[in-house]
Structure formats: C-alpha cells, structure tokens
Design a protein around this ligand. Structure first.
Ligand SMILES: Nc1ncnc2c1ncn2[C@@H]1O[C@H](COP(=O)(O)OP(=O)(O)O)[C@@H](O)[C@H]1O
Ligand SMILES: [Mg+2]
Length: 282
C-alpha cells in the first residue's frame, strides 16, 4: 500500500516534467536563440526550467545567457565522476529558477549514451525541474539520436527557406522514428515585407508543407543579434521588440497559458494588435 503511494507520487512527478528537444536539422536557423528566449520566458512565468546545451558549436547557450564564465563543470564531468550534478548546474544571474547545463566543453569528447541522457533527465526530474529543454546540435547523427532519447516533445525550428524546411522535414521523420510524436513548429526570421511581395513563403505555407502544428512565428529582428552579443535574452528587455513579444507568445502557448494565434500572413500586424488589445484589457 505504502509503496503504491510512493510509486504514484513518483509517476506524478515524472508526468509533471516536460522534456522538450529543440531541433532543426539545419544549423544557424535559431535553435539556441529560441531555447534561451523561450526558456527564460517560461522561467519568468514561475516554472523551474533547465536548459541543456547539447550543442558544442559556436555561439552557445552560455554566451546567449551571459553565463560563459561560470561554467566550471559539464555533464561529461558528472558522468565521469569528476563532480556532482549540482556543481554543473549554473543558475541564471537574474532568474534563479532558470539553470543551464552544458553537456560538454569544446575540447571534451562528446559521447553521451542514451542511458546517460536518461539518467540525467531522471536526476533533473528529482530536482523538481518542470521544463527541461535540450538545445540540439545541428545535423542528424548518433549524438542527435542520443540527445533526444529522453524527450517526449520536440520543438522544430525552421526558417521559410527551402533547405531549412527540407532538413526540418527530415528531422520530423527522424523524431517520429524515435517515438517522439508531439512536435511543434517555430518559424523564425519571418519578414512580412518579403511575404507580401511573394519573395518569401508565408508562415501558413511553411506550416502546411511540414504538417507540424505551429507554436509561433518569430520576425527577423536585428535586436536578436544585439542581445546575443550582450548575453541578455531579448525577452528580458523592459520595452519588448516585436520578436520579444513573439517569443513570449510562443512560451505562453507552450505552457498553455495563451491560446490565441498570430495572423499567419501578417505576423507583425497581428502580434502588435493582439499585444495592444491585451494592454487595453488591463
Ligand atoms: N529572428 C531573428 N532575427 C535576426 N537574427 C536572428 C534571428 N534568429 C536568430 N538570429 C541570428 O542567427 C544566428 C544563428 O542563430 P542560433 O540561435 O545560434 O542558431 P542555431 O542554434 O540554430 O545554430 C545568430 O547570430 C542569431 O543572432
Ligand atoms: Mg545552436
């Protein structure tokens, strides 16, 4: 009887943790930017969030969050018994319920197994993290398959360019082959001026071509580049830019706090009108 209760509690705890892999296929489409901004937004909504950096390329999560000088240990060190998990977990300077975990430093060998990743997620679940985001490396290889093994959900990031969409489509197939059916799409670097001139596919067309439910559309915004260089996610700005509003909108939709949708053909107008409507309500 007693053990049954404990078992139930454990199950409930497991159910309350969402493990979301952020992936794309093609590199440079905005995975890390999306992970940092959506993760930060969800932390600001009050949830305990950990961002796992499974990429070992350039411009990583630590830089985007301004935490690059704080990483002493990585998950590889934990696996090798060099340190404890809490020593590798870096708390954000601004929001203590947001933590960063790097899988590996640039020079370290990157060889996580499925079992390793699953153990890691279980340990994080026991630390009461409610959202675990895994920022994936570009490309589809063994590292990718292992990195996604503990996830139940995926956020596929793409731009509306054909090579990015083709890779996103491949990744969607791969995710399904690995048992991840709960996928959402984030279309990044949207330019409504180009869409209007028929020089860019609309968000709706991208979504229909990929057949994955849309979480959000993020406009092209130079502020994203500035915030990357400053190590401060865009969603922290006091006066949000359009892309900041778009990331917040996506984060709220992901946690189920907001269900309105953006006007797919005109995200600029739509985000702004919705935002102004919301302001008027208060
Ligand atoms: N919506 C956007 N508008 C402008 N620049 C962007 C946008 N999204 C991403 N970028 C820029 O594109 C580059 C690649 O983004 P990043 O998030 O590192 O991609 P990935 O993790 O998929 O490789 C970065 O320099 C980033 O600042
Ligand atoms: Mg990246």
């Amino acid at each position: 009887m007693f053990s049954k209760i404990i078992e139930l509690e454990v199950n409930e705890k497991e159910n309350s943790t969402r493990v979301i892999v952020v992936t794309s296929g093609k590199g440079g489409v905005g995975k890390t930017t999306a992970t940092a901004n959506i993760g930060m937004s969800i932390a600001r909504l009050g949830y305990k969030v950990v961002l796992i950096d499974a990429d070992i390329g350039l411009k990583n999560l630590d830089l985007l969050l301004g935490l690059e000088n704080r990483i002493l240990y990585t998950v590889m060190d934990v696996f090798e018994g060099q340190c404890r998990l809490d020593q590798a977990l870096i708390r954000d300077k601004r929001w203590k319920n947001l933590s960063l975990l790097s899988i590996s430093k640039n020079r370290q060998r990157y060889n996580v197994t499925r079992k390793n990743m699953q153990n890691l997620v279980s340990a994080l679940t026991n630390l009461n993290f409610q959202y675990i985001f895994i920022d994936c490396p570009a490309g589809i290889d063994v590292g990718f398959i292992n990195a996604i093994s503990p996830a139940q959900e995926a956020l596929i990031v793409t731009t509306s360019e054909l090579p990015a969409m083709r890779d996103a489509d491949r990744v969607a197939g791969l995710l399904e082959a690995n048992g991840i059916y709960d996928m959402k799409l984030l279309v990044n670097r949207v330019r409504s001026d180009m869409i209007q001139k028929n020089d860019m596919m609309s968000v709706r067309d991208v979504q229909e071509a990929l057949g994955v439910p849309l979480l959000g559309a993020i406009p092209e915004d130079n502020q994203i580049i500035i915030s990357t260089n400053r190590g401060e996610p865009l969603v922290l700005k006091k006066k949000l830019t359009l892309s900041g509003i778009a990331f917040e909108n996506a984060a709220r939709r992901l946690v189920g706090k907001q269900d309105y949708f953006v006007d797919l053909n005109d995200p600029y107008k739509s985000f702004f009108t919705q935002f102004m409507d919301n302001i008027k309500k208060f």
